[in-house]
Design a protein around this ligand. Structure first.
Ligand SMILES: [Zn+2]
Length: 82
């Protein structure tokens, strides 16, 4: 789980507002990263950082021993510029 401190805690958003669909979407291997941030695998809890508009890691970079599907969920959105 992504960790923060009291001094660095992020803003907490209402994920049900229009424009926040990326918070409620699960992304598959090689999908285009919709927003830069930290993503958690729904299957095993592994976390990655990914930048928009890169793609999520391919199958050979993250696999589960039982071959269950890899689905990424946004847990922290970063406001990366550059
Ligand atoms: Zn996983």
């Amino acid at each position: 789980m992504a960790l923060v401190t009291a001094e660095t805690r992020p803003l907490v958003l209402n994920t049900n507002q229009p424009g926040n669909v990326h918070w409620n979407t699960l992304y598959e291997i090689s999908d285009i990263v919709p927003v830069s941030g930290i993503y958690r695998c729904e299957g095993c809890g592994h976390e990655i950082t990914s930048n928009h508009p890169d793609r999520f890691p391919p199958q050979n970079k993250h696999q589960h021993p039982n071959n269950s599907k890899v689905l990424w969920r946004l847990v922290v959105m970063t406001q990366t510029k550059g």
